[in-house]
Design a protein around this ligand. Structure first.
Ligand code: ZN
Ligand code: ZN
Length: 347
């Protein structure tokens, strides 16, 4: 495992991915060793790694770190299966392949995803705190979002508030006004907000704990929105509400997707809901489980994911409503609780 959310999840060490090799060697049997460049040994020991008793092996600037990793591998792994984390840089994957030519490389994802997608109570609490922090930003939207300002100006204010309300970093700020709202992954532009524009605001950041927030609300600037917008926004709200009520252990990811899609399709907007319902969230904003057609995965208590249906009319406007939910024993708890009613910000 090289620096990644997987490494942080396993060790607590939030190492930066850099050219020098940092690598947790984790045999199926036996004790793990964290290989670090000598100049990062102090940083590794200052992290939660220091208190765990995990062995830290430092390599000097002129050493070959891949030779050190090879020495630490059990003999069986050198000719057996070597799993590498999904976010390992290609140059490191290939260097490992050269250093251990007889091992079969596979992705560590099946092992790590199974652990990470079932959140323990302290992880749920960390996600709850992240949800509350981003909700505080949404509650302040009227301070910044108004006609006559650009998406970029508004986005800058939102980014500052994401940090001010408790995150350590801003992961993304989408302000999609008018026609830009029809592009789900629009970010910011210099478009001036006009009175009556629907505006999709999708924002998230990372907390000190390493856990992420992600919430979307669609606002209207200035005065009432176009008629058809108000109509399909209500369709969207019904779909999202139904999905949040339906989410529970025992339900499959694809069935949860279908529950919202059916509502939107019945109202005639099926083609305008052009993405999956949601994604898991934890130490990364997008992780398993994915709430999408074709995913037979059955939800379990502790799984946390977004429910974010959207309706997008190219060239005109769009809307999305997104909450993070966590499966409890009987249902799902929404971790975002700001109003989902169509909100006209007076400005
Ligand atoms: Zn989002
Ligand atoms: Zn999302």
């Amino acid at each position: 495992m090289t620096p990644s959310a997987d490494l942080r999840y396993l060790t607590g060490y939030d190492a930066k991915p850099l050219e020098r090799l940092t690598c947790l060697v984790l045999p199926a049997d036996g004790d793990p060793v964290l290989v670090v460049p000598a100049l990062e040994r102090a940083a590794a020991l200052a992290s939660p790694v220091g208190a765990t008793g995990l062995e830290v092996a430092a390599w000097q600037e002129t050493d070959d770190p891949y030779a050190l990793v090879t020495e630490l591998l059990p003999a069986a792994a050198r000719t057996g299966t070597l799993a590498v984390d999904n976010r390992m840089w290609a140059e490191k994957v290939l260097a490992l392949r050269t250093a251990v030519p007889d091992a079969r490389q596979v992705l560590a994802d099946p092992v790590l995803s199974a652990l990470r997608m079932r959140k323990a109570p302290d992880e749920v609490q960390a996600l709850r705190a992240a949800g509350q922090a981003v909700d505080r930003v949404h509650r302040r939207m009227g301070e910044w979002l108004r006609a006559g300002r650009t998406e970029r100006q508004i986005g800058r204010d939102i980014a500052a508030a994401i940090v001010a309300e408790g995150h350590v970093s801003v992961d993304f700020v989408i302000v999609g006004s008018g026609p830009n709202g029809a592009s789900p992954h629009h970010d910011l532009s210099d478009r001036l907000i006009e009175p009556g524009d629907p505006v999709v605001v999708d924002i998230g950041g990372t907390m000190e704990s390493g856990y992420c927030s992600d919430s979307t609300r669609t606002y209207v600037a200035g005065h009432s929105p176009p008629d058809d917008f108000a109509r399909y926004y209500e369709v969207l709200r019904t779909a999202q509400d139904r999905q949040c009520a339906y989410a529970r252990p025992g339900v499959s990811a694809e069935a949860l997707d279908a529950v919202g899609r059916d509502v939107i399709t019945a109202a005639g907007y099926g083609k305008a809901f052009l993405h999956r319902t949601g994604h898991g969230i934890g130490m990364e904003t997008h992780e398993e489980p994915y709430i999408v057609a074709g995913n037979h995965l059955v939800l379990e208590p502790g799984m946390a994911f977004s429910i974010e249906p959207g309706i997008y009319l190219p060239g005109r406007h769009g809307a999305r409503i997104e909450d993070i939910v966590v499966c409890t024993d009987e249902g799902a708890e929404r971790l975002n609780t700001t109003s989902r009613e169509l909100t006209v910000l007076a400005g």
